[in-house]
Design a protein around this ligand. Structure first.
Ligand code: FAD
Ligand code: DLZ
Ligand code: SF4
Length: 527
């Protein structure tokens, strides 16, 4: 680097580990100092699962090694550095002192609280600050806002069609390949007994990762989650090999069994790529193009490929736009006035409900549960039991390795809890035990009876479902998608209805509230 010119300082955050990140485009190693910061605030603003920290810090360290190999100057601040200021802003201040940069150039972050801090940098530091749009998403925050306009409901399906047109994915001219936009109806196959998928690759921790594992054990050993089984990809190369395995071994049946659940089968035909995509190790658009190529080469059926593409350029893009469009209100939204504390068993896994226990086990073991467990088991329970959205959101943000607020909060507050009052979903994803029984093998081995509706041995989802519907009758009776269910409820008559509601109340009374301090350090203000 020439000594005469003041460099551009380019902070790269822990989930911006993409070589093509916008802040580096157009720069050469001679122009820039790349700043990477391991900071206490990010590791503790919620008490992340131990594996989430072990995923992110080694991924950052490996990324720094790659950049240095390419000739970039990387100013890397480790968590254990005694001078570490503990926050992004504090570390930028120290870096500005060290380098006297001409400007700071950074890509917008994934979380509102970080954006709020970033917006203050220009006033705090004696140099200009350029905050760039994150072009790893197809739809910018501004473009989403334009699409949303003043629509009352932000229906994902219409947004998704726009994304298909914009990217040209699975299109024949201006028509969807195969004549239909969405093949979701073909993606709900009931799983046969003993459905089992080829296991996804696991990546043994190397020296860099093992060093962070020691650090996490020493420093965050009291955070939720097991560490010993850590096997997530932490480099772009590993992430590519995880993607290869998905495309060759699991994509074909991804579609049909997307909603299936089998006890002990934690991954089934899911891709397990969210941790790598969200870190920036994989490009979602490239994955979609590869999935399309599998279809065009007749190696994968359309329902699997369209399902996968829809998750990425539909749901993933949509929830990100929704987050920025609805924040900061979304974090405090509670349209159903749900106030119950999160039960302790979400943290301990100690419940006799087999479906819940299985999802909680994989959450603890791998910092992962697949979509339908997050949505229709763990999320459905939180909805029906009326658990406070803020407590549920903290839990999801802390326990999953792929969780950042931009993707976690819309899924929790809007998709599962209906806390946004129906901006995202036209009806709540509420279901009784019957749904779980149809889509899984859980109920056979459960101490509760899924066919029994009331009484102490009945599947708790059954009474909770009707209790939820009865509690929210005023809101949902006029809903064209679920209003007619109140006819079924009315036909039960007052005595039977009372039995349902008593069963629900008695069950809810047994729930022990989670002790303080699991998700956030006690006594610290919420960020
Ligand atoms: P696959 O089933 O293989 O799906 C392929 C990809 O599609 C995923 O890797 C992911 O990038 C994307 N995707 C699928 N569904 C969604 C969705 N609803 N929203 C956004 N992207 C989606 N996903 C996260 O990445 N981080 C989260 O914090 C997160 N929290 C969730 C909370 C709840 C309550 C629910 C219902 C879903 C949440 N999801 C979250 C979405 C989804 O459950 C995970 O992306 C998925 O389980 C990751 O596993 P996979 O890579 O095997 O996904
Ligand atoms: C989640 C996380 C953790 C645990 N640690 C760091 C860190 O030390 N340094 C960093 O740059 N990023 C970390 N992250 C990811 C950030 O929380 C994430 O970049 C912001 O939330 C913005 O999305
Ligand atoms: Fe879950 Fe009810 Fe089935 Fe038990 S019976 S596994 S609680 S749905």
């Amino acid at each position: 680097m020439t000594t005469a010119r003041r460099p551009i300082l380019v902070p790269v955050l822990g989930d911006q580990l993409s070589r093509g990140i916008a802040s580096l485009q157009g720069l050469t190693p001679g122009d820039a100092i790349i700043l990477m910061m391991e900071v206490w605030d990010e590791a503790t603003y919620v008490r992340h699962h131990q594996q989430k920290i072990v995923l992110i810090l080694p991924a950052m360290r490996h990324f720094a090694v790659e950049l240095r190999r390419e000739g970039w100057t990387v100013d890397y601040v480790e968590l254990g550095d005694p001078e570490n200021a503990g926050s992004f802003t504090g570390e930028i201040a120290r870096a500005v002192e060290r380098w006297s940069p001409a400007a700071i150039r950074v890509v917008e972050p994934g979380e509102w609280r970080v954006r709020a801090a970033m917006d203050e940098w220009a006033d705090k530091f004696a140099c200009s600050v350029e905050i760039l749009s994150d072009d790893r998403f197809v739809c910018s925050i501004g473009a989403f806002a334009q699409w949303a306009g003043d629509r009352e409901h932000l229906t994902m399906e219409f947004f998704y069609r726009e994304m298909r047109r914009r990217t040209g994915l699975l299109m024949d001219g201006d028509k969807p390949v195969g004549g239909r936009w969405n093949l979701d109806a073909e993606n709900r196959r009931r799983p046969p007994k003993r459905l089992s998928a080829p296991p996804p690759p696991r990546f043994a921790p190397d020296a860099i990762t093992r060093e962070v594992m020691d650090l996490v054990q020493r420093t965050f050993g009291d955070h939720f989650g097991d560490l010993a089984s850590f096997a997530w990809p932490v480099t772009a190369e590993q992430a590519r090999s995880a993607a290869d395995a998905f495309f060759t071994e699991r994509l074909t049946l991804f579609g049909p069994y997307q909603d299936a659940m089998i006890a002990g089968e934690d991954d089934l035909y899911h891709s397990l790529l969210s941790t790598s995509i969200n870190l920036g190790l994989l490009d979602p658009l490239e994955l979609c193009r590869r999935a399309e190529a599998e279809y065009r080469a007749r190696r994968a059926p359309l329902n699997s490929v369209e399902g996968f593409v829809r998750q990425l350029i539909g749901w993933r893009e949509y929830v990100r736009g929704f987050y920025w469009h609805e924040m900061p209100g979304l974090a405090a939204a509670n349209a159903l006035d749900a106030r119950r504390a999160l039960p302790e068993f979400y943290w301990t896994g100690a419940t006799d409900m087999r479906c819940m226990a299985d999802g909680l086990r994989s959450t603890r073991a791998d910092a992962h549960a697949h979509h339908i467990q997050r949505l229709m088991v763990l999320g459905n329970f939180a909805l029906l039991a009326g658990i406070s959205p803020a407590e549920v959101a903290d839990w999801y943000l802390a326990v999953y390795a792929d969780a950042y607020e931009w993707v976690e909060l819309p899924n929790v507050a809007a998709m599962i809890l209906f806390a946004d009052g129906g901006r995202l979903a036209t009806r709540p994803y509420a279901a009784s035990g019957n749904y779980i029984n149809k889509m899984s093998d859980y109920c056979g081995g459960c101490r509760y009876d899924v066919k029994q509706k009331t009484g102490p041995g009945a599947c708790p989802f059954n009474a909770l479902y009707w209790d939820f519907m009865a509690r929210h009758r005023a809101r949902f009776e006029s809903n064209s998608r679920i209003g007619r269910l109140y006819g079924t409820w009315d036909r039960l008559g007052p005595d039977r209805q009372r039995e349902y509601r008593d069963t629900a109340r008695k069950f809810l009374d047994t729930l022990e509230p989670a002790r303080a301090g699991w998700a956030r350090t006690e006594g610290e203000p919420e960020c």
